[in-house]
Unconditional design. Sequence first.
Length: 626
Amino acid sequence: MNLYLLLIQHFFIIKKCVRFIIILLFSLTISACGGSDKKQKEAPTPSQNFAPEAFAGDDQTVVENSKVVLSGSGSDSDGSITAYLWQQIDGVDISINDSDQAVANFIAPPTTESIAITMQLTVTDNQGASHSSSVIVNVTPFTSTSWEPSPISSCNKNENISPVAVYVPDTLTEVGHQMHEPSIIFSDQTFTFFSREDSEQPFISKIYLIEGGYFEAVDGEDKSLIFDDGTHGDLIAGDGIYTRACLYVPEYLFPERDYLGQSNLIVVNKKYRGSESVETLTQNIRVNETGLFISLGDEYNLRYKNPWALHSPETCKACNTAWQLAGDVFDFFSVTPREFIHGAGYVRVHDNIKGTGFAPPCENNSYCYNIIDGKAHQRLTGIIWNGTPELDALNHELGHGLIGVASSNFPAEGEAAWNSGDGMHHDADITVNGELSGPFWDPDRGWPHSVVLENEQGERFETYLIKDADGQFKIKPLDDDFRTWDDILLYIMGLLDATEVTKTYYKLVNPSLTDCISEEQHLVCTNNIVEAEQVIEFTVSDFIAKFGEWSAPSFYQPHNITMGVLNISDRPHTNAEIVWMTKLHREFAATTPPSTPWFKGTTWHKATRELSQININASSLVEQNK
């Protein structure tokens, strides 16, 4: 009996132990299964302080080189937030601005593929407890449709900032350097103004457009102020780049205008949006019948500091792109930036023409360049750099390519030569017309003081030299005759045979004028008669006697010139830029007068008296090379 009771007692003891073990194991299991998300709160402190809560914002997707705003926040149920800290925990290294603030920002890094950057916000309360939250920023490469300037109707000065704005500090390196982004817009779009300054509160000069019209600011604030405080489109406070976003030109100026150009800004009537198209060849290359549109990326940032690198035969990446796409078919390249940089020029690569005074110093009639792709490209005569998207110097620079001026000491030596000035241009005191000479200059002061003729109504006109039917030398207001290449120059180009040039030309040595008043910029005359100490006659026969008969290799065809039009940028061109550049180049190369002129100068076909035409159809050239 005692044994039976003893067994019963042990049974209950074992049962209690088993129950205790089961409860203990269940408790441990519950503790081990506790989970966490990206918002991990700390446990209350012994004093029962509850940890704050951080929120890093929603995940976002942005374009490379754009400004990324990290909009974080924090809350604390039993105290206050005393510190914020943004840190990068994954992805390509970047630098965070205002990392100790709730709202921070950084510049999305350049990339050729989509990448992710993880940012973490940690908030700390007044008793030292903290909590963290993370956000993922997806960065994508910009593509041909990735950016257009904001419309006037919805522009926010701190949003839709151009993806190339990050490069402005490296582009505008000297005080006083300024730029518009974009420089070509539609009439319902906005632009951003940038300026390198050393003042604490500079002002923009009001950009005068037409009588009674100025640019405006969408926000309605003082439109002449620019900022370096991280607002109004400014990326980085205190970096010396003063900025103003959401500026525009009033639309009421455009009812009867196709475009308006002034102060390094071109505004195209919005009715032309989408009027020109391009074919996308790669992410950075587009093409149409007037040329190539090439995004050079970082390389384009040299446009102010060293534009030579963008069009030198040894470093011209856009030229290399054109050769790769179309083959060795170009007589000339014309390189044009998407904005106003100024300083047009011509680079001689080969001069294959004989009998015009050219004397290339290296073999194969070359000027000794190691061309970028290592090939000879014997057909390439030269490269034109257009310093502005207005193309106002294109005729002039192409004239340099075909004429020189390489024929020095003609018709006589020294001051009697037709290029006695700088050697590269024709003097204004000859009766040879063409855009390689300027207007008639003040005989005493010379360039840049032009002679203007004032009529009875007080109107003033720049002038050029002629010999009238009575044999009198006179100055005449500039007209289309002045802008048309004279017969002797058409001979030098290879467009006329020597037998077709019958004119006699004249060089005036030490010309003089009467009834003139000298002003700061001009010599103002009411008498158009010109006298000279000496008058030298010359003809095309004199030219041939000095320089020999004209000749050229068979591939040189001046009646049909192939020119590679290379529109370059750091980002893909906007639709307004494509429309503008397409219409200008099409008109320059047109063989019939345009119904609505966009190109301000004389077309090549007209300047050469319809003897030469230019093929700029890049789409066709690329297709033929496939």
